[in-house]
Design a protein around this ligand. Structure first.
Ligand code: SF4
Length: 331
C-alpha cells in the first residue's frame, strides 16, 4: 500500500471501530499527523482518560501506554510497537530496592526517604514509589512536586533521571548526590538514581559554545534531561510543552538552537531553528512506529485478533495510579 492508501485505511478503520489515536511529540511526522490527541506524556495520559472511545492506540513508548492504563483501567490500550524508553528501562523494582538498601547502608533510614519518580518509569516502579508515600513528576512540574515533597522533612530519592534531579537541585539551591557516583549521600537533599536519556546526553557544553560563536544573538533552548553543564549555558530550560510555548514567543527572525529530540525540533518552526548537535538526536524507540504498524494494529482491532495490548495487574494499578494521582493533585 502507498502512504496515501495507508492513511485513508487508518482513518476508515479508526472511525469504524471507535478508536482514538494518541501520539507523543517525538513521533515521526507521518504518525504524528494521524493522531487525535498529541502532547507530552502527562498531557496525553490526562486527555486520554477523558476520551469516550473504547479503544485507544498509543504511539509512544511503553511507560506512556501504561500511564493511560493506570489512570483509566477499563480502557483497552494498544501500542503499534511495544517500544521502550531507554531511561525507563534503566530502573526496575529490584534496582529500586537495591537503591533504598544502598541509602540505608549509609545510615539514611527508609522512613526518612521520600521517593519521587519521573513519569519515565514503569508502572511497577511507580507502584513501589507510591508504597513508600512517594509520587510521580514530569519535567514540567518537577520543581513544584519537589518543593512540596520537601515539606515532609525527608531526603528525596529522585529516579530514574540523574540530570533532571540535579538540574532541579541547582535551580532550587539544594544539594544533590548520585548513587554510585558520590560518596556523601547523607549530605544531599536530593539523592539521584544514575539513569539518563541517551538522546539528551548527546548535547554538550561545546555544542552550545559552537552556536554562540557562530550566531552571538542566538537563543539556546534545552530540555532538563540534558546534563547540568549544558543547562547552565542555556537561555531557557523547559519540558517539551514549555519549549513549544517559549519558541512561539520568539520573533520569527530570532535564531534559536534547541537541545531535544529531532522530530520535535524539526516541526517547531519553519526557519531560524537549529538542532543542538552534529549527531541527529533521534529517539530510536519512539521512531520505531510507522504508518504500517499503525495500520496493522487497527486491522487487528477490526478483526478482533488484538495484539500489543497493555495489561497491568490490579495491585500495580492500585498503587501506580495513586503515585500519578498524588502528582495531579499538586500540579
Ligand atoms: Fe526515553 Fe529519552 Fe526517548 Fe524520551 S527521548 S522516550 S527519555 S529515551
Amino acid at each position: 500500500m502507498t502512504n496515501e492508501q495507508l492513511r485513508s485505511e487508518i482513518l476508515r478503520l479508526k472511525e469504524k471501530n471507535g478508536v482514538t489515536i494518541v501520539a507523543h511529540f517525538y513521533q515521526r511526522d507521518e504518525v504524528f499527523e494521524m493522531a487525535d490527541i498529541t502532547g507530552d506524556s502527562l498531557e496525553l495520559a490526562k486527555r486520554a482518560v477523558d476520551d469516550a472511545n473504547p479503544y485507544l492506540i498509543f504511539c509512544g513508548v511503553g511507560f506512556m501506554g501504561q500511564s493511560v492504563k493506570l489512570l483509566s483501567p477499563a480502557k483497552r490500550v494498544f501500542m503499534p510497537r511495544i517500544a521502550c524508553c531507554a531511561m525507563a528501562r534503566m530502573i526496575d523494582t529490584s534496582y529500586y530496592t537495591e537503591s533504598i538498601a544502598a541509602m540505608e547502608k549509609r545510615g539514611i533510614q527508609k522512613e526518612n526517604i521520600l521517593p519521587v519518580t519521573y513519569i519515565n518509569s514503569s508502572a511497577e516502579v511507580k507502584a513501589e514509589v507510591a508504597k513508600m508515600g512517594g509520587l510521580v513528576c514530569t519535567s514540567a512540574n518537577a520543581k513544584i512536586i519537589i518543593e512540596n515533597a520537601l515539606k515532609a522533612g525527608k531526603k528525596i530519592f529522585f529516579l530514574p533521571d540523574r540530570c533532571l534531579g540535579q538540574n532541579i537541585a541547582i535551580d532550587m539551591g539544594l544539594k544533590s548526590a548520585v548513587i554510585g557516583q558520590d560518596e556523601k549521600l547523607e549530605e544531599a537533599d536530593i539523592i539521584c538514581y544514575d539513569g539518563f536519556c541517551s538522546v539528551h546526553q548527546l548535547f554538550t557544553p561545546e555544542d552550545v559554545d559552537f552556536y554562540r560563536e557562530k550566531y552571538p544573538d542566538i537563543k539556546v533552548i534545552v530540555h532538563p534531561e540534558c546534563d547540568p553543564k549544558v543547562c547552565a549555558k542555556a537561555d531557557f530550560v523547559g519540558s517539551t510543552s514549555q519549549i513549544i510555548k517559549y519558541i512561539a514567543t520568539l520573533d520569527p527572525e530570532q535564531k534559536a538552537v534547541v537541545g531535544t529530540e529531532f522530530n520535535l525540533v524539526n516541526r517547531l518552526r519553519e526557519k531560524n531553528t537549529y538542532v543542538l548537535s552534529a549527531t541527529k538526536p533521534e529517539c530510536t524507540t519512539m521512531n520505531e512506529t510507522t504508518l504500517e504498524h499503525l495500520h496493522a494494529i487497527l486491522k487487528s482491532i477490526d478483526e478482533g485478533t488484538f495484539f500489543n495490548e497493555i495489561h497491568v495487574d490490579d495491585e500495580t494499578i492500585k498503587w501506580g495510579s495513586e503515585a500519578l494521582r498524588r502528582m495531579m493533585a499538586l500540579s
